[in-house]
Write a protein that binds this ligand. Sequence first.
Ligand code: ADP
Length: 273
Amino acid sequence: MQIEIKNLSYVYNEENPFSKVAIDNISLNIGDREFIGIIGHTGSGKSTLVQHLNALITPTSGKIYIDGVDTEEKSKSKIDIRKKVGLVFQYPEYQLFEETVYKDIAFGPSNIGCSEEEIEERVKWACDLVRLDYENIKDKSPFELSGGQKRRVAIAGVLAMKPQCLVLDEPTAGLDPRGRDEILDEIRYLYDTENISIILVSHSMEDVARLVNRIIVMDKGKIFMDGTPKEIFAKPDKLTSVGLDVPQVTEFMLKLKEKGLDIPTDIITIEEA
Ligand code: ADP
């Protein structure tokens, strides 16, 4: 699947004195099987950018094409876009609302006309990917689950749409270190086992350094850097100039380099390196 972003700008409150340019003339191509990390300081425009990818918001100016189709094309339903690009919001568990986990994960597929068998197959498959025990959890209320489990249910609900591209906006926010590592492992597993592109928004350099194949650094609504992790982390001064905290990652990179390793190798922690 191809995503083409052409001269995208987005302004909040365009008509009033509080207007704010959140995205400033970004052009970007995202191809098949990419694993991209978008990093940048708070307010640099990461969330606003990714909300365009499944037409949750539409450009103030510029265009976004998903497999050649303009996301603003009136004849196309937004559902077609959302079948291709799944977006997991920040704190997605706040959007769980059904009385059982099964119904919550099944919500998307039921809305696109899947048969009961197909829905069940998708719910099981999505539970499996995020390591939820289907039999044990399907009839529970989402509200009786732990924070990490709720988040998995929310991610499973997006996966159940079988998107070709999954966008996750700060998927580890607010989780403890163990919960964070588990979610990141699952995301890596998903990338390794499914034919999918993943876009991971994070302010954590460590998270992206150990997972992705391409890093986009944003600053003030623009793309400040775009390259492989190796290329990006070779310029720590540039990263600190836009408020990104890099010492640990740089150290990690240097240690990997000393060992003659390329990154990302696999799930490897800074301690191990
Ligand atoms: P990030 O995800 O990198 O933290 P955002 O995309 O959330 O950045 O925000 C980009 C800019 O747009 C920031 O200056 C932010 O204050 C502003 N912004 C975000 N959401 C809104 C909104 N709903 N109304 C007005 N301004 C907003």
